[in-house]
Ligand binder design. Structure first.
Ligand SMILES: C=CC1=C(C)c2cc3[nH]c(cc4nc(cc5[nH]c(cc1n2)c(C)c5CCC(=O)O)C(CCC(=O)O)=C4C)c(C)c3C=C
Ligand SMILES: [Fe+2]
Length: 427
């Protein structure tokens, strides 16, 4: 079937992230690449809703390509649902078992991202997504530092994958940090995400054990009336000053260059490094602050994300501007000022987070915050210098706790006939 151009997803866009990986939309249920439930999608819908069936919308039919220079799930617009899962290789599993797992995972991910069912070792598809389209599903795979020891590929471990330094504000839980292997799953439908999660987990077999899992969400496509950057659970517009793929130096900031560089071997060409931080928001304390105080903490207006130096959301911050009292309009310790490349020696990362809300903790506080995911060509030129500065003097740090941390080398996207990580495991 000839694929139609992708349908824009205005309310999911973040800072002009393009949909360049989106290979198109597929037509109404029954079209190539879509799977209709055993009883027929139309009949099922009519039975449940007592109304005529609606055609598959852009939300369900948007499909992202699995193959390409970069893995999917880095530059695509934020999806409404996500699962982050880390695994450790099983005792006794080495490079051979890891390569077989990555081969199985890649085959499954390609089918899942096309909206197709996945059978596993003779077991039929679980059926969880049988009547859904691909729903912008992306599956992304990464390697933690321990992977290279367990597979005896230590000499191929990138220098850029060195452990992150400790920060004074960290309260990290080891059980929810680190991991040999990482899978990021995102889609605009929750069942599509869980379908992918279960299909990929079934492929693991004896090769690895799950270490941790985190579920997240963003605003759903169609939930707002015009293009907007997403909001986080503090109510802030979050993502405005992300680098955009159209920026001249975007690839240099986010992806490892052709042939690698001094801190990344050639097998990482087209790849990126994902810093994953589970950051709890102290929401009760945050809610006690006036809106003016909350805005001063970030340096931007809560209503529309405009900088406190004036203008609209996309107006560049004027870091010198003073208010009527002769104070800096964007305070000295405002989060947006402290983290900006202009004040951090040009350090740049692409932030692509999910929010999370896991209920109430034992101390009665909300267990909610941000699954912060930062993408960069080298963490030493992105996350690390910025977090060092934030750790020293960020007004936001009084309202957040970093509770889990991981760093993964995410290799480039697979070429035709390749599996993800093949250049590492067979190169
Ligand atoms: C080390 C990197 C960063 C961490 C950790 C971090 C946590 C964090 N941030 C917000 C909310 C906002 N951040 C904003 C901007 C912003 N944040 C970082 C880096 C980290 N944030 C950067 C590099 C920037 C961009 C700075 C710039 O160039 O202007 C904003 C403002 C809007 C925007 O540009 O996105 C908000 C809001 C939270 C809630 C949080 C931890 C929970
Ligand atoms: Fe931030």
């Amino acid at each position: 079937m000839a694929e139609t151009p992708p349908v824009p997803a205005p309310d999911n866009e973040t800072s002009g992230l393009t949909r360049r990986r989106l290979i198109g939309t597929v037509g109404a249920a029954g079209a190539t690449g879509l799977v209709v439930g055993a009883a027929g999608g139309a009949a099922t819908t009519a039975l449940v809703r007592d109304e005529p069936p609606t055609p598959l919308s852009a939300v369900g039919s948007t499909r992202v390509g699995f193959r390409g220079p970069h893995q999917a799930g880095i530059v695509e617009p934020l999806q409404a649902h996500g699962q982050l899962v880390a695994f450790d290789l099983a005792p006794g599993a080495g490079a051979k078992e890891a390569a077989a797992l990555l081969r199985r995972w890649s085959a499954a991910a390609e089918k899942l991202m096309a909206g197709e069912p996945v059978t596993s070792g003779g077991a039929p598809d679980t059926g969880i997504a049988l009547d859904a389209g691909p729903s912008s599903l992306t599956v992304t795979f990464g390697f933690g530092a321990g992977f290279f020891d367990r597979t005896k590929l230590t000499d191929r471990r990138p220098a850029a994958l060195a452990p992150l330094p400790e920060f004074s504000n960290d309260a990290l839980e080891s059980g929810r940090s680190g991991g040999d292997l990482w899978v990021q799953i995102g889609a605009d439908d929750a069942l599509v995400v869980v379908h992918a999660l279960r299909a990929l987990r079934r492929e693991v077999g004896d090769a690895a054990r799950q270490r941790w899992q985190m579920a997240g969400f963003n605003r759903a496509r169609g939930a707002t009336d015009r293009p907007r950057t997403t909001r986080n659970l503090m109510g802030q517009v979050d993502g405005t000053n992300n680098p955009a793929p159209a920026d001249e130096d975007f690839d240099g900031h986010v992806f490892v260059p052709r042939g690698g560089d001094s801190r990344s071997p050639a097998w990482m060409e087209g790849g990126s490094y994902a810093v994953v931080r589970r950051i709890r928001m102290l929401l009760e304390k945050w809610d006690e602050q006036s809106t003016a105080r909350q805005e001063a903490v970030i340096g931007r207006r809560k209503s529309d994300g405009a900088p406190l130096s004036g203008g609209q959301e996309r107006t560049p911050m004027d870091l010198e501007k003073q208010n009527g009292e002769g104070e800096l309009a964007i305070p000295f310790d405002a989060h947006a000022r402290v983290s900006a490349p202009e004040t951090s020696g040009g350090a740049t990362m692409l932030r692509r987070p999910f929010s999370y809300h896991d209920g109430i903790r034992e101390d009665g506080a909300e267990d909610a915050g941000l699954l912060f995911i930062a993408w960069q060509a080298d963490p030493q030129k992105g996350f690390v210098p910025v977090q060092r500065k934030l750790d020293r003097g960020d007004a936001l740090s009084r309202f957040i706790r970093h509770e889990a941390s991981a760093l993964f080398a995410v290799p480039g996207g697979p070429g035709e006939g390749e599996y993800v990580g093949q250049r590492l495991l067979e190169g």
